[in-house]
Write a protein that binds this ligand. Structure first.
Ligand code: F6P
Length: 327
């Protein structure tokens, strides 16, 4: 059933990701093309609670396609986690006659969208925007490709020292719960080991692998660790005392979230933004836009936020391949 949407709000929430601006641009221009008025909501759910809204035109999103970060700013709102905060947000929407929202963010942000949908009947469509690739039923989230590129650039550079000085490096990448960045960067960067959140591998086992490989002539190692497993410095210390080798820890940190989005992220963001508007016009809400096998899809917030098993399977397969290719 078609729904008459006259005015929408668009916001970015949670950690910024390269390509969020490209998604905002697509949402704004497609909505205006369809005769829908657009307000930008500043600072994610914080701005929805405080009523920090700005009217947007096609010109408001000029020259942002290639820019990292988000022109709408972003935040992790504590107040929005409470029913009081959500009620305030709903009142702001009513007062400003906003019929629906487009919410661009990661798992936590779309759980917020789910609360608005379920408890307050707020219409919204979500767009997965996070470097973490931590949502189910989408092959990719906006920002994850650029982030892996950034990590790879660092891994390649560190590899020069690793192989020249025959050292062991532990490189920590982002991803509190999801190992996507670690697994992809390890495969593409030729790492010898990847440590994923929840993995049961022990320092003793890694030390054993290193010693065994050394006996076969392998004298340098890169270990990529997802922040959800442990810190690079702590692993480096433990490995050093276990093996007696020279081990260095490097934490890449927020450099992984910045920079101009690469082509895959710009393309994905442009496609998803326009699709979100089509979905709202067609009467869909409480759903996230996903991409599966190259096709855009819609999936319920529940599934997107809480069903991620498929990703784990892929992670396991790519982990095995990484290990095989590093022998
Ligand atoms: O949500 C993306 C993310 O970059 C995670 O990978 C990381 O754990 C977290 O954000 C860091 O958050 P903050 O911006 O609060 O330091």
């Amino acid at each position: 059933m078609k729904n008459k949407i006259k005015k929408i709000g668009v916001l970015t929430s949670g950690g910024d990701a390269p390509g969020m601006n490209a998604a905002i641009r697509s949402v704004v221009r497609k909505a205006i093309y369809e005769g829908i008025e657009v307000n930008g909501v500043m600072r994610g759910y914080e701005g929805l609670i405080s009523g920090e809204l700005i009217p947007m035109t096609s010109r408001s999103v000029s020259n942002i396609l290639s820019r990292g970060g988000t022109i709408l700013k972003t935040a992790r709102s504590k107040e929005f986690l409470t029913a009081k905060g959500q009620e305030k947000a709903v009142k702001v929407m009513q007062k400003n006659k906003i019929d629906a929202l487009v919410i661009i963010g990661g798992n936590g942000s779309l759980q917020g969208a789910l609360a608005l949908h379920k408890d307050w009947n707020v219409k919204s469509v979500g767009i997965p925007g996070t470097i973490d690739n931590d949502l189910g039923y989408t092959d990719y989230t906006i920002g994850c490709h650029t982030s892996v590129d950034t990590v790879l650039d660092a891994v390649d550079k560190i590899r020069d020292t690793v192989s020249s000085m025959e050292r062991i490096y532990v490189i920590e990448v982002m991803g509190r719960e999801e190992p996507y960045i670690a697994v992809m960067a390890a495969l593409a960067g030729g790492a010898e080991e990847v440590l994923r959140p929840g993995s049961s591998i022990t320092i003793k086992q890694i030390a054993g692998e290193i010693t065994e490989a050394e006996q076969k002539g392998k004298r340098s190692w890169i270990i990529i660790v997802s922040e959800g497993f442990d810190s690079a410095h702590s692993i480096a210390e433990k490995l050093k005392s276990e093996t007696g080798y020279s081990v260095r820890g490097v934490t890449l940190g927020h450099v992984q979230r910045g920079g101009s989005p690469n082509a895959p992220d710009r393309i994905l963001a442009s496609m998803m933004g326009a699709y979100a508007i089509d979905a709202l016009i067609d009467g869909h809400h409480g759903k996230m836009v996903g991409i599966s096998g190259g096709e855009l899809t819609l999936v319920s917030y529940e599934k997107a936020c809480f069903e991620r098993d498929k990703d784990r399977e892929l992670g396991n397969r790519l982990y095995d391949l990484t290990k095989l290719l590093a022998t």
